[in-house]
Design a protein. Structure first.
Length: 180
């Protein structure tokens, strides 16, 4: 039986060695330097670290964003980022375990909904996430910016409106870096 130990840390609690571990893991998983991306997540992100025999094998983080389905109030959203598993450990369920832990935590933290931009839709669908079917926009000071080439998935939580229509237009606030 494989025992995974989870730790949950907000960005302010990450020490230099933990940041370096996350950067190494995500850089290996994404095959690019993850340093600038991690800097964008700081200081408001919350990180879930999964360890096997002391080794960091998987990671995910979330930031608070405000998604707004057309005609509705904004939803306090745990927007999941940097989902990564060390290449040597991929395909063994560690990423799924981290995402299940994230789902449990964001529900416990009282978010209205979970959101993410998927690299692999099928992976997240297996875990209960739904692909948003309506058009996507970013809210800017000049109005709505269409983002037709983007994909967003949501996870319904205890506070998610029961009549949420995933075919409605959906917008998020503008942010530096990746808009979604």
């Amino acid at each position: 039986m494989t025992i995974i130990l989870f730790s949950v840390l907000d960005a302010k609690s990450l020490d230099a060695s933990q940041r370096a571990e996350i950067i190494r893991l995500c850089s290996a998983a994404y095959a690019e330097d993850f340093t600038p991306f991690l800097e964008l997540l700081l200081p408001t992100s919350v990180h879930v670290l999964a360890r096997l025999d002391g080794e960091l094998v998987s990671h995910a983080a979330w930031v608070t964003r405000w998604l707004q389905p057309h005609g509705r109030a904004t939803l306090r959203t745990a927007y999941v980022e940097a989902v990564a598993t060390a290449p040597a450990h991929q395909g063994r369920g560690f990423g799924s375990a981290v995402m299940r832990k994230v789902a449990e935590l964001i529900d416990d933290y009282g978010y209205d909904i979970g959101g993410l931009s998927p690299a692999n839709v099928g992976f997240y669908e297996r875990l209960g996430w739904e692909l948003w079917q309506g058009p996507l926009f970013i809210r800017t000071e000049h109005g709505l910016l269409p983002t037709p080439d983007e994909q967003v998935m949501i996870l319904r939580l205890a506070r998610t409106p029961s009549d949420l229509d995933i075919r409605a237009p959906l917008s998020a606030e503008w942010r530096p870096g990746e808009l979604w």
